[in-house]
Design a protein around this ligand. Structure first.
Ligand code: NAP
Length: 338
């Protein structure tokens, strides 16, 4: 089958950073589905996994963790899907990614594809939806049924892939007052269109901008960008007993001590945790993606795809990696077909 993979971890402008390959097709066993990949989205995890290092692979490493496709075969333990079902999912970081014509994924982290979206539009959603949903509704306990309606949330990195779905979840489901960050006219327009009530500029100190809006202290803060520029700002901008969720890890020590005065909660979210550890509740990702699909079909949520870069091949994937590495992508980049 066709696949795009790597043997060496190289800068994206190196001719061998990503390669068009022909690799053996996998077969499904146990809880695995064999999925015909129709479309994929590209995420920062792809370029982070590809980041230059000395390691050399003997069999190609295949990246790609956002998929829409059709089930072609099912392992003996599969109960949730059958061949012919259209699905969307993010997958597991420790396994091969989905930049290949056929892909194996555990059924417990797969949801049905929203019927109202094309494969490309659907591929934009799963990884970022799982991240925003788990972060907001599970890690920091925002009510998705609207029990916290009227409370405030700051979405740092509002125009990115995760921010673009987090704003929708915060506005449409939780019914919070949403303040998103954006630093350019086009990203400001995008976050407003998705439902942000107010926009502040993350290149400037946040506290005075929030104070000027009359919401100096936020009930919830979603830090959807590198945490370093923000950690020292959290104590001022979080409300007493407020909650912060961050999704970008750091190797540097974080000084969270100043959050104690306000009894603020700090939580990490990593959407790969459930599949990585095969947690007893990993099937929650199946339920989240199915629920999200129903919300898309009802018109509550919309796709965050902003560009379809064409065929799934090394040249187009290199374009997507380079764009994402630039840190300026709005919404999601998608590729479709082989
Ligand atoms: N923990 C998890 O499970 C998980 C899941 C998904 C992603 N992530 C991580 O979360 C991060 C964001 O991912 P993504 O897919 O949303 O990214 P993305 O789509 O690449 O985000 C791009 C957007 O980020 C904004 N931005 C750039 N620099 C910023 C800054 N210093 N502060 C705030 N916003 C900034 C830009 O908006 P402006 O143009 O307005 O500046 C741009 O539109 C990545 O590091 C990714 O690896 C983690």
């Amino acid at each position: 089958m066709k696949a795009v993979g790597l043997y060496r971890y190289l800068p994206i402008d190196h001719p061998e950073a990503l390669l068009d390959l022909d690799v053996p097709a996998p077969t499904a066993a146990g809880h695995d589905l064999l999925v015909e990949v129709k479309a994929i989205a590209v995420n920062p995890v792809d370029y982070k996994m590809r980041a230059p290092k000395d390691q050399v692979e003997t069999t190609p490493r295949i990246l790609g963790w956002d998929v829409a496709g059709v089930v072609r075969a099912a392992g003996g333990d599969v109960t949730l899907f059958k061949p012919g079902d259209a699905v969307h999912y993010a997958g597991a970081r420790m396994r091969q990614g989905a930049n290949s014509e056929l892909h194996l994924v555990d059924e417990r982290i797969v949801g049905r594809k929203p019927t109202t979206l094309s494969f490309a539009e659907a591929a934009a959603l799963p990884l970022t939806t799982l991240t925003a949903w788990e972060g907001m509704f599970e890690r920091i306990g925002i009510s998705k049924a609207g029990a916290h309606a009227g409370r405030s949330v700051l979405v740092i990195g509002g125009a990115g892939g995760v921010g673009s779905i987090a704003i929708q979840l915060a506005k449409q489901l939780a019914r919070l007052t949403v303040i998103a960050t954006a630093s350019r006219p086009e990203s400001t327009a995008w976050v407003r269109d998705l439902g942000a009530d107010h926009v502040v500029d993350h290149t400037q100190p946040l506290a005075p901008q929030l104070a000027a809006l009359g919401t100096a202290e936020m009930d919830y803060v979603l830090c959807l960008s590198a945490i370093e520029p923000y950690v020292a700002q959290f104590p001022a901008i979080v409300a007493p007993q407020g909650k912060i969720c961050a999704i970008v890890g750091t190797s540097k020590p974080l000084d969270l001590g100043p959050l104690m005065a306000k009894s603020a909660t700090f939580a990490w979210e990593l959407m790969f945790t459930r599949p990585a550890y095969h947690t007893a509740d990993m099937i929650a990702q199946h339920a989240i993606l199915d629920e999200a699909a129903a919300l898309v079909e009802k018109g509550v949520l919309r796709t965050t795809m902003t560009a379809n870069l064409g065929r799934i091949d090394a040249a187009n994937l290199k374009r997507a990696h380079a764009l994402l590495e630039g840190g300026r992508v709005i919404g999601k980049l998608v590729l479709e077909g082989f």
